[in-house]
Design a protein around this ligand. Structure first.
Ligand code: B9F
Length: 128
């Protein structure tokens, strides 16, 4: 059975691009995230991500993982968690959920500081 690898270029259902560049023996990885969307007029910049992938033997080549994107153009931060699946067509897909934490001025605004959602990532097709 084909195994799922996180290394490489991914695009999600919003059109955001993610590149996972390195993974060490412990499953710790790094990369960059280029969001296609932003909720304000902020200029979007590529932002760093850091994460960890489960390497336990019972993951059957479809590992669970989590990563943090530290937005370089705003004071907010997003965490993603998900699993890498190999479909019947042999194609890898990352099914994730995310929490986006905004900076708020005071504790009274804490209630509205977190957004939640889902993203599905497919491997980026090779460019000409
Ligand atoms: O839009 C976010 C933002 C932070 C401060 C001003 C704007 C940053 C980009 C988040 C991108 C999210 C989506 N892109 C993607 O690929 S992360 C989850 C989604 N998946 C608006 C005001 C405060 C927070 C949001 Fe902001």
């Amino acid at each position: 059975v084909k195994k799922c690898s996180l290394i490489g270029d991914w695009v999600n259902d919003l059109g955001s691009n993610m590149t996972i560049t390195s993974m060490n023996a412990k499953g710790v990885f790094t990369g960059t995230y280029h969001t296609a969307v932003t909720a304000t007029s902020n200029k979007i910049e590529k932002s760093p991500l850091q994460g960890a992938m489960q390497k336990s033997p019972n993951q059957k080549g479809q590992p669970t993982f989590g990563f943090t994107v530290n937005w370089s153009f705003s004071d907010s931060i997003t965490v993603f968690t998900g699993q890498c699946f190999v479909g019947d067509d042999g194609k890898e897909v990352l099914k994730t959920m995310w929490l986006l934490r905004s900076h708020v001025e005071n504790i009274k605004n804490d209630w509205k500081a977190t957004r939640v959602g889902v993203n599905v990532f497919n491997r980026q097709q090779l460019q000409e």
